[in-house]
Design a protein around this ligand. Structure first.
Ligand SMILES: [Zn+2]
Length: 478
């Protein structure tokens, strides 16, 4: 069975082998669409198995200096296996899910008190409200920045990063992790080819800072070209991994699929441009259907972050997608949390808890509706703060990204302490001059895998945290 996967692992933190039964998606069928199962990761090191015929790499990264990283940087794994042709993948809406913690808001405006004639029932009470990300708009977010810990310096760093991306976009609209530096002396190309992932995550940086293909400004054309590249790659089933449009060579991994789907959903949510609606809906439904295969368990805590985020991004866009992955996520988080200290999480059951796994788990718990006053959340925050960001000593920007998202939502002293460190480290280590100005050097094993484009995107998203997503209600007491 062809399988593509992307996984970063460190020695001493081997991935758990996990399989889930392939389950036929309910609803209408899309002929020949692939079904997806959760990944089967079974060996340490970086497992970059790709589509048949593609080059594969197997690396076992070590910490700078050769020692084991303690704690291990976050791992991220996401794999897809193809099922026999004919397995169904539909976009049939799933109604009436009881989603703990989500606001009870209807998708449509309220009807008049006394309708003239019988009307369709309102949307289910648990349906989330579509998000418009209004707080991202440059003219609005200065006020938000002041309240949440941002500064003119963090904003200048974000602007410089977006300029660097602009100068390194391919003529066809994508951001290539491997070929962005063909015409300059910027170093650190990616070790893998994952242009949909790179283009998706870079788009998230622009969208996070309020730049869309419809907004005025210097980045409108670049964003439009990038969105066009992804839309043109998305087939009728929502698959945007490329590699032959339905053949057995599926090109990129579900990691790419998920990130690009989040970008499409956010772009649609921000603009409501009908051009994007169908591709965004299809792409994220493809992810949601794949996620439901993990009904009994996730394969790795690190899988959950992007998976659950994709489904949330669909809800933010107003799409009704299957949310069975939420239930699987809850079970998985219970299985990987420490018995004596449930706010501490491991990447897999039986492994030791780590701040990196805890950061991702805490972020997912928040997406699932858990609030900052729960003891478990405070335990997570305290555990994360035992390993603050330190670029030179032990860079782990993927871990920092999740910790930044999670602690921002936690607010209070935990956030203030973390924010001081992360802002300082990221500002200090961004290139200030030359063609690389605005970018960051890949520092840790996972970032070297993704190269300069990926590294710069993760750092930029971390510096956009102040306005990228709204704080969950209620607002914290200051
Ligand atoms: Zn350059």
């Amino acid at each position: 069975m062809p399988q593509s996967s992307i996984a970063a692992r460190l020695p001493g933190n081997p991935p758990a082998a996990a399989t889930a039964p392939a389950v036929e998606a309910p609803g209408g069928a899309t002929p020949n669409a692939p079904a997806l199962t959760s990944g089967q990761q079974s060996r340490p090191g970086l497992d970059l198995g790709s589509a048949p015929g593609a080059a594969s790499v197997h690396l076992a990264p070590t910490a700078p200096g050769g020692g084991a990283l303690n704690p291990a940087p976050a791992a991220l794994a996401f794999s897809a296996s193809e099922a026999p042709a004919g397995a169904a993948l539909s976009s049939t809406p799933t109604q009436g899910r009881d989603i703990k913690g989500l606001p009870s808001l209807a998708l449509k405006p309220s009807l008049p008190a006394i309708p003239a004639e019988p009307t369709k029932p309102a949307a289910p009470p648990t349906a989330p409200k579509p998000e418009n990300f209004a707080q991202r708009a440059p003219e609005v977010r200065q006020e938000v920045l002041k309240k949440t810990g941002g500064s003119p310096e963090t904003e200048r760093a974000v602007a410089a990063a977006l300029d660097w991306f602009k100068a390194h976009q391919s003529p066809d609209g994508r951001w290539s992790g491997q070929h962005f530096e063909d015409k300059c002396d910027c170093t650190a190309p990616a070790e893998i080819e994952a242009d949909a992932a790179m283009t998706g995550i870079t788009l998230l940086c622009y969208l996070g800072a309020g730049h869309t293909h419809l907004s005025e400004g210097p980045h409108r054309d670049g964003v439009k070209k990038a969105l066009t590249w992804i839309v043109n790659r998305t087939d009728s089933s929502g698959d945007l991994r490329g590699g032959g449009g339905g053949g057995r060579d599926r090109g990129e991994t579900m990691y790419s699929q998920t990130i690009a789907a989040v970008a499409l959903c956010e772009a649609y949510a921000m603009t409501r441009d009908p051009w994007l609606e169908a591709p965004a809906r299809r792409a994220v439904t493809f992810v949601a259907r794949a996620s439901t295969r993990g009904n009994t368990s996730a394969s790795d805590t690190s899988v959950l972050g992007w998976q659950i985020m994709a489904i949330k991004s669909a809800q933010r866009a107003g799409f009704d997608v299957p949310t069975t992955a939420f239930d699987a996520a809850r079970r998985w988080l219970d299985q990987t949390s420490s018995r004596n200290n449930p706010g501490r999480y491991a990447y897999a059951p039986g492994e030791s808890p780590s701040p990196a796994a805890t950061a991702e788990a805490m972020f997912v718990q928040q997406l699932l509706g858990h609030t900052r006053d729960e003891p478990r959340m405070r335990q997570s925050a305290e555990f994360i703060l035992t390993t603050p960001p330190a670029w030179r000593r032990e860079a782990a920007t993927h871990y920092w990204y999740y910790a930044t998202l999670a602690l921002f939502q936690q607010q209070g002293d935990h956030w203030k302490t973390w924010n001081d460190s992360i802002a300082r480290e990221l500002l200090k280590n961004q290139h200030k001059d030359g063609h690389a100005k605005g970018s960051w050097d890949p520092q840790d094993p996972w970032s070297r895998l993704g190269g300069r484009v990926y590294q710069t995107a993760v750092c930029t998203l971390s510096l956009e945290v102040y306005y990228r997503y709204r704080l969950a209600e209620p607002q914290p007491k200051q």
